[in-house]
Design a protein around this ligand. Sequence first.
Ligand SMILES: [Zn+2]
Length: 113
Amino acid sequence: MELLKKGQLPPKVKELMVSKVGNYQAEKLTATLLNGTLAQKADIIKDLNLEDYLRVCYNCGKLITKGYMEEGCIASYCSMSCIIKDLGKPYFDSHIFNEENPKGTIFWTSWEG
Ligand SMILES: [Zn+2]
């Protein structure tokens, strides 16, 4: 499980935000990304097209650059326990991609540009 250090965004994300909305707005959006609600964080990531660099865990609301996601779904999760809390263990076990389940649709991946 890979979490961002508290109070920090990846430098590339900061750059992108400043280039899109300017310093002042970027500061405000950074504060919301770090301290806002899950829905606020998801909105900012979507509005500024930051999905290639940053996601939010749809269970616990943490910002992540690595985690689980399911093909064709917007939701992302920081850890196995978070995805299982949201989707249920039977669903996770039958949809996780691995050697025994090469048609699985749930992957561990990274969003780092
Ligand atoms: Zn989580």
